[in-house]
Design a binder for this molecule. Structure first.
Ligand code: GLN
Length: 194
């Protein structure tokens, strides 16, 4: 299964390693034209404003079409890019997830931290999950079609809407592989249903 990792900027290599460990064939996406080759995409952490600049208008439109059609998983800056509403400061989002997200919401004092949150699985499972937060955004509003798949201190930190997933933390930096596995399962089920 060919999975792309957007490799314009940020920590794309940790995602590449994790996905390869889980058996995926990874394509590093440096040019939006490469999106045509892949079944699913991971948008890594980094700096969301810089992603927008590097994508340019054409790249943004191409990516917007991709995320409407194919499974996509955004982490941290990737989650910001996928949102419908972005604050602090306001900036464009791809509108794939009906959420409002606030950039760098924990302030400079708690720049980075490792916390234990909860992973909410299908059928009511609820287990601990290590979460690495780095200049993390906060999901402030979750629309009616959005499922919360992980929480930290009661707040949503990972969500899914249709075939789009996002986490405000960095699952690629923890040993726990379950979020990436969940994403690969999503890609597999989309491929099976055509
Ligand atoms: N604060 C960054 C942004 O606004 C995201 C940080 C990250 O991806 N680790 O884009």
């Amino acid at each position: 299964m060919k999975i792309g990792v957007l490799a314009l900027q940020g920590d794309f290599d940790a995602h590449r390693k994790r996905l390869e460990e889980l058996g995926a064939e990874v394509v590093l996406i440096k040019n939006p034209a490469q999106l045509d080759e892949i079944k699913g995409l991971v948008i890594p952490g980094g700096e969301s404003g810089t992603f927008l600049k590097l994508l340019g208008e054409g790249g943004f439109e191409k990516l917007k079409k991709f995320v409407q059609m194919k499974p996509t998983f955004g982490t941290c800056a990737g989650a910001i890019l996928l949102a419908s509403e972005v604050e602090n400061p306001k900036q464009s989002g791809l509108g794939a997830l009906d959420i409002r997200i606030r950039r760098t919401a924990y302030g400079r004092q708690i720049d980075s931290s490792i916390r234990e949150g909860r992973f909410l699985q299908e059928h009511g499972g609820d287990t601990p999950l290590e979460m690495v937060f780095i200049r993390a955004p906060k999901i402030e509003r979750v629309g009616p079609g959005v499922e919360v798949i992980a929480t930290e201190a009661g707040d949503p930190v990972a969500v899914r809407q249709g075939t789009v997933m996002a986490a405000t933390f960095h699952p690629e930096l923890s040993d726990d592989t379950r979020l990436h596995q969940t994403f690969l399962k999503l890609v597999g089920s989309c491929e099976a249903s055509g």
